[in-house]
Design a binder for this molecule. Structure first.
Ligand code: FES
Length: 139
């Protein structure tokens, strides 16, 4: 049998191999898990039921370091969003909301909530996509 006669069979064999590889190596990535605040039960500020003013209608990506404590702005008035800059302490603004203290388990980039309406403070949980949030006018 000449090599030319064997070519169709080789081609079929190679296409089977190719199909197996395609099914084994999917390019679809899994949805990343939403992180949780490790200090959630430590500070009473986490028990605040009111949400702050919408600062932005989309989350903010920020690199956070493991072992460091951060304060996430809940009132929405900080000038260094999404973190607290102490604006809530200004007695003339009469802000009753306090920042949320948090830390992260590993050093990497996280999506922090900027709409201040998340149910998983301080991390974005997709609440900003709701029509009532998107239609609200920023203060
Ligand atoms: S920015 Fe607030 S839930 Fe996404």
């Amino acid at each position: 049998m000449s090599i030319l006669n064997r070519l169709p069979r080789l081609a079929r064999f190679s296409s089977v191999l190719h199909r197996e590889n395609v099914s084994r190596f999917s390019t679809k990535t899994e949805e990343p898990a939403i992180p949780v605040n490790l200090l959630k039960d430590t500070y009473s500020a986490n028990l605040q039921t009111k949400n702050g003013a919408i600062y932005d209608k989309k989350p903010f990506k920020i690199r956070l370091e493991a072992g460091k404590n951060y304060s996430w702005c809940l009132c929405g008035q900080s000038k260094s969003q999404p973190l607290c800059d102490g604006t809530h302490k200004n007695i003339f603004l009469k802000i009753q909301l306090r920042p949320i203290r948090f830390n992260v388990p590993e050093t990497k980039e996280y999506w922090l909530c900027n709409c201040k309406q998340t149910s998983n403070r301080p991390f974005c949980d997709g609440t900003h996509k709701r029509p009532e949030i998107q239609e609200k006018v920023k203060r």
